[in-house]
Design a protein around this ligand. Structure first.
Ligand code: T3D
Length: 257
């Protein structure tokens, strides 16, 4: 049984629900591990033809749990050991994966939605490339996926300014396949995932594999570059200040050091 997520299969769809609502479904090590296990199970199950990932409560995922980071930590290693195995499991999956963005998707939670094949966003949903607010660089493949979806200029804007992207803006940018009204949320996302599950699985898998072949090699190189950058960013005073300010619920004052 899982502690930090829910997992069940219905009508050939594996539902994976991030389940730490008190922390807006922030990632901790356990959730990373369980998410990886759930994607592995869904990937290998004959019963499962599509996967739907969403969040319990009012958020999709608020990124790394900031109450569990330690200033002494090597973030490069944390990414390599905890996040990348989970992301690789997603990348290896031949079945279509839908991120159902029910609320805010921030930091690594935004990256997680970007790593999926489809994004359905609730009219209450939003994206936030929050890394800059805690003095970090976007990680978990964020810039890699984001620049493929929306281009370099918009990626830079979202990443450096760190402004919230509403559901409508996300749709206009191409970061959502569909906006869903709140009262239709459950029905529409179920319909979408079950429709995907009903498509020719092999053809769907081959399309996914073809897309991956285009990008796989550079991603490995990029992830290593990203891990190095994050290690450096994680050692700055501005990162410490960002974390302290977040925990103290005040505006951070960055020094550029
Ligand atoms: O390699 C490494 O490990 C580094 C990796 C980094 C990857 C990252 O993801 S870095 C970015 C981490 N995420 C963030 O910086 C986002 C932080 N959260 C927010 O900015 C805001 O919470 C949101 C914009 C997501 C939502 O705002 P709002 O006003 O709707 O909710 P809130 O009041 O801020 O949050 C509600 C509760 O959730 C609150 O707890 P409380 O006061 O009710 O007890 C808040 O502390 C908690 N929470 C929200 N996000 C996180 C969190 N707790 C821990 N970690 C979080 N990321």
């Amino acid at each position: 049984m899982y502690e930090t997520i829910k997992y069940y299969v219905k009508n050939n769809v594996a539902w994976i629900v991030l389940n730490r609502p008190d922390k807006l479904n922030a990632f901790n090590a356990k959730m990373n591990e369980e998410l990886k296990a759930a994607f592995k199970t869904a990937s290998s199950s004959e019963e499962v033809h599509s996967i739907l990932l969403t969040g319990e409560g009012r958020a999709f995922c608020s990124g790394q749990d900031l109450t569990e980071v330690d200033a002494q930590m090597d973030y490069g290693n944390l990414l390599r050991e905890s996040y990348y195995p989970m992301l690789r499991q997603i990348s290896l999956c031949e079945k279509p994966i839908v991120a159902a963005v029910n609320g805010v998707a921030a930091g690594a939670g935004f990256s997680l939605a970007l790593a999926c094949d489809f994004r359905l966003i609730s009219e209450k949903g939003s994206y936030l490339n929050a890394f800059i607010h805690v003095g970090l660089v976007p990680d978990c493949g964020n810039l890699y996926y984001l620049s493929q979806l929306i281009g370099v200029a918009k990626t830079l804007e979202l990443s450096i300014l760190g402004e919230k992207v509403s559901a409508q803006q996300a749709f206009n940018l191409g970061l959502a396949n569909k906006i869903i009204e709140v009262q239709e949320w459950e029905d529409q996302l179920t319909y979408f995932a079950e429709h995907l599950a009903s498509l020719p699985s092999k053809a769907v898998a081959l399309i996914k594999c073809s897309m991956k072949a285009i990008t796989e090699m550079p991603l490995e190189e990029y992830l290593e570059f990203e891990a190095q950058s994050q290690r450096i960013a994680g050692q700055t005073n501005d990162h410490l200040e960002g974390i302290e300010a977040f925990l103290e619920k005040r505006k951070p004052v960055f020094s550029g050091k």
